[in-house]
Design a protein around this ligand. Structure first.
Ligand SMILES: CC(C)(COP(=O)(O)OP(=O)(O)OC[C@H]1O[C@@H](n2cnc3c(N)ncnc32)[C@H](O)[C@@H]1OP(=O)(O)O)[C@@H](O)C(=O)NCCC(=O)NCCS
Length: 164
């Protein structure tokens, strides 16, 4: 075989390893800044949702967790998962834009589902903002079905955050 033709196995193996190198683990306090930056960059934060407060709530609960996915020690993905004693819920699925399309979103969702299944939660649900068609496509690809329900919400504090 002449030089420059045929497969280049070393390069192919390296790029495969890059794609597969997501390491998923529980959130640690040292991750906080990177996680909030990722959520900001992914447009997941809203003025009425304090991301630090959301992290604290998840950490305080025995029925919730925040998982992070890191690649080469850099946090590139997150998912928050928990249950209310009846159904599982997923929030803050995020993959750094530079790392999308490599199955990280699928992998984080698989970890979230595993977390719930290991606690015998029979069903997982999630909410997708009406203008987030991309996320809808991902969830449909992963076998999620649109539910025939309307979501109602009510703020329990004295003030109602604007637009929340
Ligand atoms: C949605 C998001 C998490 C997807 O992450 P990702 O790592 O690119 O997703 P994956 O590569 O794991 O894709 C998994 C599957 O979903 C599909 N998919 C992902 N993004 C898609 C899109 N924008 N349009 C259509 N399909 C999409 C992929 O084709 C893939 O299917 P396949 O495995 O059969 O090829 C990422 O785009 C993101 O962080 N978006 C901003 C934050 C957000 O909207 N989060 C969801 C809040 S509800």
């Amino acid at each position: 075989m002449s030089a420059g033709t045929g497969p280049r196995p070393q390069r192919r193996i390296r790029s495969y390893l890059n794609v597969m190198s997501l390491h998923v683990r529980d959130f640690r306090e040292a991750d906080r800044k990177a996680v909030v930056s990722l959520w900001d960059a992914c447009a997941l934060t809203r003025p009425w949702n304090d991301p630090d407060g959301d992290i604290d709530l998840a950490l305080r609960s025995r029925e919730a967790t925040l998982l992070v996915g890191s690649s080469q020690d850099v946090i590139v993905a997150t998912v928050m998962v928990g249950h209310d004693g009846h159904r599982g819920w997923v929030y803050y699925l995020a993959v750094d834009a530079r790392h999308r399309g490599h199955g990280h979103g699928r992998e984080m969702m698989a970890e979230a589902e595993l977390w719930l299944a290991s606690r015998r939660i029979p069903k997982v649900q999630l909410m997708v903002r009406a203008d987030n068609a991309d996320a809808g496509h991902l969830y449909e690809t992963l076998g999620y079905e649109r539910q025939k329900v309307s979501v109602f919400g009510k703020w329990l504090g004295p003030e109602r955050p604007q637009d929340g």
